[in-house]
Design a protein around this ligand. Structure first.
Ligand code: DGY
Length: 318
């Protein structure tokens, strides 16, 4: 009999078709986030689950007594919503979808970079409201990114790819925070072993941190004070790596020039105080949201399932 797979959210049609070729599949046509009870039933009834960032796969789910599930294939690279240690202890394999979403996420970091430095939200809002008084040599000015310092926090796949693009396409100077210098970089970049030093020196700070316990609130309230008032902050990783309340406070007091955020604490609840600010660009977690990329992510999740059920090497096993 074909293994039974439960898919927690809607997925691209090509991915659905591929899954149906090999598995007995149950879909969530309403696309509403599963409750804990529904997830528990999935654990009891499926051989494998396809999930994503909106599903909290906690220890109590993974240690469900009548658990049948053997593999959870996450569509997405970040897995902070899955208790990996509990998965190991309960013999559940977890896979993710790295690489295929790198360039799409870098595209969104680039959008945020240009949007915040050129006041894109503010000037468009002004025009749409019919308040544009005509061309001016001194109004609506942003700042150049060329020649400015981009500080990368989290020099993984996406951090590196954004640094490369910012350097090669936009002529930015690259600093990055790491415990040791990253080997084999194909572009010029300087390492800072001290995060505070990177925050002090950078004109734009971009967060690309893995979803790791150690990284929660790493950009804390006290640390944020190191950022120059003329600098900008971009976050395309996870909302909880930064003290969001402290960031809002800095933005309100203009102690930082602007922020471009694609991720938030407790998504989808973005505080009104943040939504009301004009020096921010806010996107609804769209880093990997292109048809092509989401299809590649889904296909990779299916490949991981197929490898597991065919007793082959599971490439993206965590
Ligand atoms: C990722 O891949 O981690 C995206 O943020 C969606 O989960």
């Amino acid at each position: 009999m074909r293994p039974k797979i439960i898919v927690t959210r809607n997925i691209p049609v090509e991915v659905e078709s591929k899954l149906k070729e090999y598995f007995q599949v149950s879909f969530n046509r309403e696309d509403k986030v599963f409750s804990k009870d529904t997830l528990r039933k999935a654990m009891e009834n499926a051989d494998g689950i396809v999930c994503t960032v909106t599903d909290n796969i906690t220890n109590d789910l993974l240690s469900t007594t009548n658990k049948k599930v053997k593999i959870i294939a996450n569509i997405g690279v970040g897995v902070d919503h899955i208790d990996l240690q509990s998965a190991r202890e309960n013999n559940v394999i977890i896979t993710n979808t790295p690489d295929v979403l790198t360039e799409a996420t870098v595209d969104v970091a680039t959008l945020l970079l240009l949007s915040v430095t050129r006041n894109a939200f503010l000037v468009e809002k002004m025009l749409r409201q019919g308040e544009w008084k005509g061309f001016s040599l001194t109004e609506n000015l942003g700042v150049d990114v060329r020649g400015k310092i981009l500080g990368i926090v989290g020099m993984g796949r996406i951090g590196k790819a954004f640094a490369k693009r910012a350097h090669e396409v936009f002529g930015m100077k690259i600093l990055y925070y790491n415990r040791s210098p990253v080997k084999d970089l194909t572009f010029e970049a300087s390492v800072r072993f001290d995060l505070d030093a990177l925050l002090e020196e950078s004109d734009v700070i971009s967060l690309h941190l893995s979803s790791d316990e150690r990284n929660k609130n790493i950009i804390s309230k006290s640390r944020m004070k190191k950022i120059k008032a003329s600098s900008f902050l971009i976050n395309t990783s996870r909302g909880d790596v930064i003290d969001q309340t402290a960031l809002i406070d800095l933005l309100e007091k203009k102690k930082i020039s602007g922020a471009g955020l694609d991720v938030f604490l407790n998504e989808p609840n973005v505080p009104l105080s943040l939504r009301q600010l004009s020096n921010v660009t806010l996107y609804p977690h769209i880093g990997s949201a292109t048809y092509e990329t989401r299809t590649k992510m889904g296909m990779l999740a299916v490949e991981n399932l197929m490898a597991f059920f065919n007793e082959k090497e599971v490439i993206n096993q965590l």
